[in-house]
Design a binder for this molecule. Structure first.
Ligand SMILES: Cc1cc2nc3c(=O)[nH]c(=O)nc-3n(C[C@H](O)[C@H](O)[C@H](O)COP(=O)(O)OP(=O)(O)OC[C@H]3O[C@@H](n4cnc5c(N)ncnc54)[C@H](O)[C@@H]3O)c2cc1C
Length: 397
């Protein structure tokens, strides 16, 4: 049987794409291949669940456009499906002189991206959140930002696409794409059009197709620490003001519907795509390659990658992590922090060897009846519904 569309990966991008394709082409025959036994083993089940408003991203970039539109639609979907959401808003607090120097730039960027943002005085911030350690005169407030449960969102999408007749084949890894053939260990499949939405593994899938692309992969692990002290509460999400040249947002708070509070994620360089519990993974060859690539970049300090890596490596120890936490929050003791074993994710970050930069936008490559979605880093979860529309628009159905 030949499918109209085959989607590789049932993370949030694959699921929303199937949802939108079926909405647009009711009779389309769509199949999703997923190498894991479920849809939330990687990024889409391991993120902070924050619906980002779109303030951080370069105006005109895909991240800016798709995040602003997509997060509004994701919020509507969550509400219409009666899933958990906390529309708590976000406070952004400078945690260093460099961070404070980026405040006005971020404020202007948010305005350019048409996101409502307010400058608040230190006293107003402290009134809203007594547990914030605000050392600078101003911070920012973004009322739109909310937090939801990524697992619930995926389950709801799975239920809805299955109702429309879309199948997800679990435990089915696509080893190679050859023309419009999808090759697995046991069987081959055919589709008129293929979408590579393999997240953290999208560059591997792309390399195992006819595509030759210029990027290399650089994994950064995000670890979270749970706050054990049940008396510590925040009404808002609390973030630092980041250096917008890098794709990372800095350690921030997040919470869930059980009232658990977390701080994270770190951005620790690791040497495997699925090194959730360690630095290295099972694929020794890949780990050695990544170690070699990373060491080279560190040695050359290309675009301050060494500076960034050293800063992040300091967060590996509890003491190092706590020294950063203290800069933003009051009333947290070092003994209140417990490293979360479940809440840990790895970013699908790619590196451009030409510009020698971490790629700071989504990368979409359409070639030979296949779309490859690369660098689906944050805020791809927030942006997913608009992301799906964008992928469909590009192939002019
Ligand atoms: C620590 C962390 C925190 C984050 N926080 C946020 C946040 O708060 N808000 C936000 O908007 N974004 C956040 N993100 C980003 C967000 O999680 C990702 O951008 C998003 O989940 C990407 O979705 P995806 O579908 O592309 O990838 P994935 O969720 O990785 O899905 C890809 C799927 O493809 C499958 N697959 C891979 N290879 C194959 C193959 N060969 N054959 C078949 N299947 C295959 C995988 O098993 C996987 O299930 C965060 C990311 C991290 C790491």
């Amino acid at each position: 049987m030949k499918y109209d569309f085959a989607i590789i990966g049932s993370g949030i991008i694959g699921l929303t794409l199937a949802f939108k394709l079926k909405k647009k082409l009711k009779s389309a025959n769509i199949i999703i291949f997923e190498k894991e036994p479920n849809s939330t083993s990687h990024g889409s089940g391991r993120n902070s669940g924050v619906l980002h408003s779109g303030i951080y991203y370069e105006p005109g970039s895909l991240r800016a456009n798709l995040c602003v539109k997509g997060a509004i639609e994701l919020k509507e979907y969550i509400k219409s499906e009666k899933l958990w959401i906390n529309e708590c808003g976000k406070l952004l607090v400078p945690n260093s002189n460099t961070s404070y120097s980026h405040l006005n730039k971020l404020y202007e960027r948010a305005k350019q991206n048409n996101v409502k943002i307010y400058k608040l005085k230190k006293e107003e911030i402290e009134r809203k959140e007594p547990n914030i350690n605000c050392k600078y005169n101003y911070g920012l407030h973004v009322p739109f930002t909310s937090v939801a449960n990524p697992y619930e969102v995926s389950q709801s999408l799975i239920k809805n696409i299955k109702k429309k007749g879309i199948d997800i084949i679990y435990n089915c890894k696509i080893l190679k794409i050859s023309g419009t053939n999808l090759i697995t260990k046991d069987k081959n499949f055919q589709a008129n059009y293929i979408f590579n939405c393999a997240g953290l593994f999208a560059d591997v899938v792309a390399e195992n197709s006819d595509l030759k692309f210029k990027y290399s992969f650089l994994p950064f692990k995000g670890k979270y620490w749970k706050i054990k002290n049940k008396n510590f509460k925040l009404k808002h999400l609390v973030y630092p003001i980041p250096d917008t040249r890098y794709p990372f947002l800095g350690l921030h708070s997040s919470h869930n519907q059980n009232g658990d509070f977390y701080i994270g994620p770190s951005s620790t360089p690791v040497f495997s795509r699925d090194a959730y519990t360690d630095f290295f993974g099972d694929n020794i060859k890949e780990s050695l390659n990544l170690l070699y690539n990373f060491s080279k970049k560190i040695a050359l300090n290309e675009n301050k990658l060494r500076t960034l890596a050293i800063k992040e490596i300091l967060l590996i120890t509890k003491f190092g992590f706590y020294s950063q936490v203290k800069k933003m929050f009051k009333n947290i003791n070092i003994n209140d922090l417990e490293l979360s074993k479940q809440k840990v994710g790895i970013r699908s970050q790619i590196f451009d060897p030409q510009s020698k930069n971490l790629v700071n936008d989504f990368v979409i490559i359409n070639q030979n009846q296949t779309t490859h979605v690369l660098n689906a880093i944050s805020p791809a979860w927030s942006a997913s519904f608009a992301f799906a529309d964008h992928l469909i628009d590009q192939i002019h159905l």
